[in-house]
Design a protein around this ligand. Structure first.
Ligand SMILES: *[C@@H]1O[C@H](CO)[C@@H](O)[C@H](O)[C@H]1NC(C)=O
Ligand SMILES: *[C@@H]1O[C@H](CO)[C@@H](O)[C@H](O)[C@H]1NC(C)=O
Ligand SMILES: *[C@@H]1O[C@H](CO)[C@@H](O)[C@H](O)[C@H]1NC(C)=O
Ligand SMILES: *[C@@H]1O[C@H](CO)[C@@H](O)[C@H](O)[C@H]1NC(C)=O
Ligand SMILES: *[C@@H]1O[C@H](CO)[C@@H](O)[C@H](O)[C@H]1NC(C)=O
Length: 241
């Protein structure tokens, strides 16, 4: 830049000097017109770079604003989450820090006294109710009767159950026609069921329990009368904070 400036100044002086001898040589005017043009262009160049600088600053501010706004709205969202969980019926949560680098949802929580497995929380009742009342009781706790999706979940559940009890789950056959329905509308998958041998039986028994009869070697499912009073298991999605 500095060398350009001196170059322009020198040329300008040269031109003033040679202005009198303009007609002397044909090459002289040519030589002079170029520096003349470049000189007024210099403030233009400065103005242009200032404009670019200003634009860059404006963009920078805009980006900074966007980032700030995102952070701020994320904070707001998180706060709302905490407020809504406080106003929910579950006042005491047990949380574990989730290792994933995903921002925001880093804590996974289950209500106190509930057990955690995979992405769900489970409540094992010690009192007994009919199937309808059990499901309604789960509903009141923002949950539903347990839906067993695979062997791992079945095993987790039975590990937490009392062999001397039976537990209602979220499977029923309201019409008594063998059309088994999960309470959360999960499609019934025959190959992911754990019926005791010979079950289901008796078409008037529309509701399903998990139990471990003394006559059986293992845990399994059995259909019983819905009005029977049994323990139950409620399931809900883990809460993300
Ligand atoms: C962590 O969070 C991710 C995404 O929410 C979830 O897929 C994953 O199972 C969580 N890990 C634990 C240990 O809870
Ligand atoms: C979290 O991640 C680190 C490294 O990825 C690992 O060493 C640690 O055991 C993880 N902790 C949990 C609770 O998953
Ligand atoms: C019903 O819910 C209460 C808590 O609201 C709990 O103490 C009780 O064990 C539940 N009973 C059943 C059968 O789910
Ligand atoms: C359970 O409740 C449903 C409606 O929610 C009702 O149609 C059904 O008769 C009830 N069953 C029993 C055994 O109370
Ligand atoms: C049914 O369950 C089996 C065994 O768990 C599984 O391999 C299959 O994908 C399931 N089918 C559907 C449609 O979910």
């Amino acid at each position: 830049m500095a060398s350009e400036i001196t170059y322009a100044e020198v040329r300008f002086k040269n031109e003033l000097k040679s202005s009198g001898t303009n007609s002397d040589s044909p090459a002289a005017p040519k030589e002079n017109t170029t520096p003349l043009k470049s000189n007024p262009a210099f403030p233009k160049l400065l103005l242009g770079s200032l404009l670019i600088l200003f634009l860059l600053l404006a963009i920078l501010f805009f980006v900074a604003f966007i980032i700030f706004f995102n952070k701020y709205s994320q904070l707001l969202e998180e706060k709302n989450y905490k407020i809504s969980t406080k106003t929910s019926i579950h006042t005491n949560l047990k949380c574990v820090r989730n290792n994933s680098t995903m921002e925001g949802k880093v804590w996974t929580c289950c209500p106190e006294k509930w057990k955690s497995f995979s992405s769900s929380c489970y409540f094992f009742s010690t009192d007994a109710k009919s199937w309808n009342d059990s499901q309604e009781n789960c509903s009141r706790m923002e949950a539903h009767l347990v839906v067993i999706n695979n062997k791992e979940e079945q095993d987790f559940l039975t590990q937490n159950m009392d062999k001397n009890a039976a537990y209602f789950m979220g499977l029923s056959d309201p019409e008594g026609e063998g059309r088994w329905q999960w309470v959360d509308q999960t499609p019934y998958n025959q190959s992911a069921t754990f019926w005791h041998p010979g079950e289901p039986s008796h078409s008037e028994e529309h509701c399903v329990i998990v139990n471990h009869p003394s006559t059986s070697l293992q845990w399994g499912w059995n259909n019983i009368l819905c009005k029977d009073r049994q323990r139950s298991v409620c399931e809900m999605m883990k809460i993300y904070l």
